[in-house]
Design a protein around this ligand. Structure first.
Ligand SMILES: NC(=O)c1ccc[n+]([C@@H]2O[C@H](COP(=O)([O-])OP(=O)(O)OC[C@H]3O[C@@H](n4cnc5c(N)ncnc54)[C@H](OP(=O)(O)O)[C@@H]3O)[C@@H](O)[C@H]2O)c1
Length: 358
């Protein structure tokens, strides 16, 4: 079609060239180098990170150390996960044991909804830095385009979703802070040397377009839910056009959501015929195929696991390559199925209807 010929190269093609380059680089350096994505300011983020959501506190310090020994250099943390102190212990033990230096690591954290007002942004970051025992973050993300009423640190931390969980009818209490105010405070963190990169999570194209109209520092990264059931191609194409790298959360799809009643085991992709066939062809596990698809399409991914064996399994995705037909077949599994949707979970779990994507 006429229109098609005027479009830039398809995202998967561009991403694939980049991946081939980094894979070659990795092999030439003895597989010790993590696959890297270059951001719009020249920073490089490892395309595979370890997600921290729902990892139990007692096992976390040891797990972070183990991940670093395996080769992980990117850790995806957040105030809301309630375990940054344990993440910090793991990082510090690994550094003290000589497994890595601080500069080798990419540490992401996220600004929680209660701290969107400009005066709360720096204290919120400082609390995360203190818990993580760090003096700077590699990336600080606005966790949701949702601003809720402030809860003092000493009153409850992390504050989570309810303003007053002990109220007779607890609800989410909205605080009408414009995203511009929050973003400008995030920009100040960069000029103060506390954060190297800033970005956003769970923003759609229109919110990003608006933010770009005033941003003095453009977001380096957008983090959103991405997996073969939610491929979000238009959003990826828009971010590619605006030079915003994308990190996929919940890259395994339904797996993360059974334990919290937000998905059913029959929604798992692991037994899907397309994934199973590609998994057999490469002698790789279904999880490795799904994660490989994620990095090969040019996104970073942050799979979570509490298991040292799965840490190793999930790290083993840089030693094989999916061909174009396999990439296309996995992308065709898309159902626009979002598991992490405030428009759904705020209603059923937090007594407040709060859609953000509609
Ligand atoms: N920005 C946001 O709003 C947002 C939202 C959600 C998540 N995130 C980030 O993204 C990270 C990843 O997302 P997620 O935790 O929701 O989902 P995920 O990483 O796609 O899936 C995690 C689930 O898959 C299992 N798993 C991991 N590796 C496996 C393997 N090789 N084989 C079989 N099962 C495996 C894990 O179980 P085991 O632990 O038992 O291995 C866990 O139940 C989070 O930890 C968090 O850092 C961000």
């Amino acid at each position: 079609m006429q229109i098609r010929s005027s479009l830039p190269l398809p995202l998967t093609y561009v991403a694939d060239l980049k991946t081939i380059y980094v894979i070659k680089k990795q092999f030439s350096e003895g597989c010790s180098v993590n696959n890297l994505l270059t951001l719009n300011n020249g920073s490089q983020i490892p395309s595979l990170g370890l997600g921290m959501w729902k990892i139990e506190k007692p096992i976390l310090p040891e797990l972070v150390q183990e991940a670093i020994k395996i080769g992980y250099r990117h850790f995806d943390s957040a105030c809301d996960y309630g375990n940054e102190t344990q993440v910090g212990k793991g990082i510090q033990s690994a550094i003290k044991s000589g497994f890595c230096d601080r500069e080798d690591l990419w540490i992401t954290s996220k600004l929680w909804n209660t701290y969107h007002a400009a005066k709360h942004v720096r204290p919120a970051l400082q609390k995360s830095l203190n818990d993580l025992q760090l003096d700077y973050l590699d990336l600080y993300l606005i966790h949701f385009p949702i601003a809720t009423k402030f809860v003092p640190f000493e009153h409850r931390y992390p504050p989570e979703w309810f303003f007053d969980p002990d109220a007779e009818f607890p609800k989410i209490e909205i605080n009408p802070v414009p995203i511009r105010e929050t973003w400008e405070a995030m920009e100040d963190l960069v000029s103060q040397g506390l954060v190297k990169n800033i970005g956003i999570c769970n923003f759609n194209c229109s919110l990003i377009r608006d933010l770009l109209s005033y941003a003095k520092i453009r977001p380096s990264v957008l983090q959103v839910e991405l997996h073969p059931r939610l491929t979000q191609e238009k959003l990826l194409k828009y971010c590619h056009q605006e030079e915003i790298a994308v990190t996929g959360f919940s890259p395994l799809g339904a797996e993360s959501y059974y334990s919290i009643g937000m998905a059913q085991p029959e929604q798992s992709l692991f037994a899907n015929a397309v994934i199973a066939q590609i998994s057999n062809a490469h002698k790789k596990t279904p999880a490795q195929i799904i994660l490989r698809w994620g990095v090969q399409r040019g996104t970073a991914i942050v799979p979570k696991t509490s298991s040292p064996d799965r840490l190793r399994e999930n790290y083993g995705i840089f030693e094989f390559h999916l061909n174009d037909d396999e990439m296309t077949a996995i992308t065709a599994l898309n159902l626009n199925q979002r598991y992490n949707d405030p428009g759904h979970f705020c209603d059923i779990a937090f007594n407040t209807f709060f859609p953000i994507y509609e």
